[in-house]
Design a protein around this ligand. Sequence first.
Ligand SMILES: [Zn+2]
Length: 420
Amino acid sequence: MSRFAIIALVLVLARAIAELWLSRLNQRHVRAHADEVPLAFREMVDEPTYRRSVDYTLAKSRFGEVVTLFDTALLIAILFSGVLPWAFGKFRAAFGMSVWAMAGFLFATGVALSIISLPFTWYAQFKLEARFGFNTTTMKTWVLDRLKGFFLAVLLGFSLLVLVLKLIEWTGPNWWIWAAAVVIAFQLLLLLISPAVIMPLFNKFTPLQDGALRERLFALAQRTDFPTRSIEVMDGSKRSHHSNAFFTGFGRFRKIVLFDTLVAQLAEPELESVLAHEIGHYKKRHIAKLLSVSIVGVFIGFAAIASLARQQWFYRAFGFEYHAGFAAANVVPAMLLFALLAGTVSFWFSPLVHVWSRRFEYEADAFARTTMDDAQPLIQALRKLSEKNLSNLTPHPLYSGFYYSHPTLLERQKALQTAA
Ligand SMILES: [Zn+2]
């Protein structure tokens, strides 16, 4: 093994060990509080619900460990067994080195990996979620979702890959700048057309019925100067009892979407406060900030790939032959290896990213409180959502640091109450 192969192996193992350790740490923490409902939650959740949330947390956590072990073993096997260079050689021999063939290789590898993980996806939905009464997905919906996803991946993902690889041959040394720009333009376009073209493939959207709730929410949109043409209800209950709300699209394509499960679970002032929180994200420019960070991220990613594609030692470390020059076939191994390894590095930055995203949540909460002139509806909504979704009420701080993009219920409640 070359020195770099050893570094890569250490990175893969370090992440797996950290994930397993965090999971155990969190399980111990949850069990230590499992005997009785902690004081802070007594008035909001009853004993049986609390027990179920503990069981749900522990079951998900144990399943997560199995997935981590499997993914790690799989990653080590494909990185160091020589299967990738072997498959790459076979593929080139059969289909040549054209941009189409090279995009086909990357695409086929991605499809193969997602097929391998299908049993886990299936188990999570039909065993784990079902055991706690969340699953409402039928086998037919699940299979159709997979097929639609595959169809979209061919139509959008594969074409984008072809275009990016073409750019390598068209633009030479600066290909990565062009590629990043094209990928970003593509993402923006997707954001724009997704509400109209892609999301309806998976869910049904119906305008919110006339009535008190509709009037209340439109009044909120007007009051906060958040022009929206429609508020729609999405049949989230088709897949799960979990609930959510979001808005999508830009400018005149913008629409507010509420899950039917959310409408069923919350009272009107609570729904209004959840919507006020979402509008808060928009008003505080969180969407624009997240978008600029992801743009920077795409540029850094492509810069990294372009630089790795010039390193002989990087190719050798994983058994690939190195050829200089700006042909798709010379860059494709670097792209593949980058895709496989990027997570082992980015994992360590997740606590930083979460510090940032949590600040956004606090700001959106504060916006909702000011808009509603009362903290109570949002607090009530957050409590109900946490109860209905059987959220872990007592995560270990280090665990939530790595995995939670939102502050915990207790933290949000405290912030809402102190400022009030
Ligand atoms: Zn939020």
